[in-house]
Design a protein around this ligand. Structure first.
Ligand code: HEM
Length: 433
């Protein structure tokens, strides 16, 4: 008892001293910070996970051009055209297959099951990755799990800490399963690098995934893309898409479980607008049908507002910024706290209530100052449409074909990202059984 208490007190003292030193070290700060802000210098550390050392050599105008090029590349994979033409049938197939599988099990931990399903689909489409159970050391999903656990943690890089596990590089050849689950960013990068090298040997005739696009670009003379940046981007893309979509989907399911009236209305929309109007009830979900599901989109908006999957986004002040009598000194990292926007009672009446109808008549094309679950402005999430489509397809098949009841778990903790510490175990069965 004494040891954990002393450790906590010790950690708090270190945090306070670091905070104090940093705050007063800079005279322009006048010892003041805007209310509610966190002046911890290490808050800005997340860039270390993503920025390859080479990128600092790139002039800003080039960086901008390259970013635009890269996002175009990403959009060619997950933008509306690709979703409509290529990805929708794959998502439908993946969701139907998994639901059928879960329906035959006594209980399913939805958090794990959805995460696996989303990972399989996303990793297959973005980098043609298929997990081979005979090679547990190449389990990319486990790497991302370890990475996620320590992403926002005290930056103490010694064995045993969440931060260390998040960064860790393990020997590819060794390891039992328990050791494997502890591998983070560096191990994931090793796997991605090996895949890229493999792809170099057997190139594809036309670009199909992110590897192909990166390899194509690397061949161009004068390109500013390097292999390190390309790999870093692959990591970022997978990281940005995996946990977010799977936790949002699980969260939406939990909210529906707790709000039967909303579930009923959603089911009704699906039946009326889609299935009953079809000639063949079992036909695939089409793009037009997906676009017609207005209430589903409201349920998704409301779920991601309450889920606050991304608890904060970071920016760096490039010059001194004066705001409401305070100064944010140049070079400081700023954290924008998204939940404080989404739970603001002056903008959202009864902000903790799950009420999809608050989105009636609201057309969302991007982020606003009051809704930024997918960010806002220049850095708006490039995978928004992809995530929404996956969630909508999942909800469609779940509510039309299945019923479920909670078995155990479902409690939510924020550390600060949303987690289900005891999972969310449900029993799923087909409606007509
Ligand atoms: C429910 C699911 C998702 C949520 C809640 C979400 C949330 C966000 C947020 C808040 C940002 C802005 C970060 C910032 O401003 O610093 C962001 C950026 C980003 N997201 Fe998502 N995201 C989701 C799904 C996805 C998916 C499926 C992909 C990829 C296929 C993706 C790829 C990205 C990328 C690459 C960025 C960086 C954009 C840039 O910096 O220009 N996200 N996301």
């Amino acid at each position: 008892m004494l040891v954990p208490v002393s450790l906590c007190i010790g950690t708090l003292i270190i945090i306070c001293i670091t905070h104090w030193v940093y705050r007063w070290r800079n005279p322009r700060c006048n010892g003041k910070l805007p209310p509610g802000s966190m002046g911890f210098p290490f808050i800005g550390e997340t860039h270390r996970f993503f920025t390859p050392t080479t990128s600092s050599d790139i002039p800003p105008f080039m960086k901008e051009r390259m970013e635009r090029y890269i996002w175009n590349m990403v959009l060619s994979l997950v933008g509306p055209e690709s979703l409509k033409q290529k990805l929708l049938p794959h998502i439908v197939h993946g969701v139907k297959r998994n639901l059928l599988l879960w329906g035959n099990q006594d209980t399913v931990d939805l958090k794990e099951a959805v995460s696996k399903m989303i990972f399989e689909l996303t990793a297959r489409k973005l980098i043609s990755y298929e997990y081979d159970p005979t090679k547990p050391s190449e389990n990319l999903r486990e790497c991302f799990a370890a990475f996620n656990e320590g992403l926002i943690s005290f930056p103490l890089d010694i064995p045993g800490t969440a931060y260390h596990k998040c960064l860790q590089c393990s020997d590819l050849k060794s390891g039992s399963i328990t050791r494997l689950t502890r591998r983070g960013r560096k191990h994931a990068m090793k796997i991605l690098k090996a895949m890229l090298q493999e792809r170099r040997k057997i190139p594809k005739s036309c670009p199909e995934d992110f590897f192909d696009h990166v390899l194509d670009e690397l061949k161009n003379e004068g390109t500013k893309l390097t292999e390190a940046i390309g790999l870093d981007l692959m990591f970022l893309l997978l990281f940005a898409s995996l946990k977010t979509t799977s936790i949002s989907t699980t969260f939406a399911n939990k909210l529906l479980t707790e709000n039967p009236a909303v579930l009923e209305e959603l089911t009704e929309e699906k039946h009326d607008a889609i299935i009953r109007s079809r000639k063949n009830e079992d036909a695939q979900l089409t793009w037009k049908e997906y676009k017609s599901t207005k209430f589903t989109i409201k349920v998704i908006n409301e779920s991601v507002r309450l889920a606050n999957i991304v608890p904060g986004v970071f920016r760096k002040a490039l010059k001194d910024v004066h705001i409401k009598g305070y100064t944010i000194p140049a070079g400081w990292a700023v954290m924008l706290c998204i939940p404080s926007v989404h739970l603001n009672p002056s903008e959202y009446k009864d902000p903790l209530e799950f009420n999809p109808h608050r989105w009636d008549g609201v057309e969302l094309n991007g982020g606003t100052k009051d809704f930024m679950a997918f960010g806002a402005g220049q850095r708006f999430c490039v995978g928004t449409d992809f995530a929404k489509l996956q969630m909508a397809v999942f909800l469609h098949f779940l509510v039309t074909k299945y019923k479920w009841k909670t078995i155990k778990g479902g409690d939510i903790t924020r550390i600060p990202g949303v987690t289900f510490p005891n999972g969310f175990h449900i029993k799923i069965s087909e409606k007509n059984t």
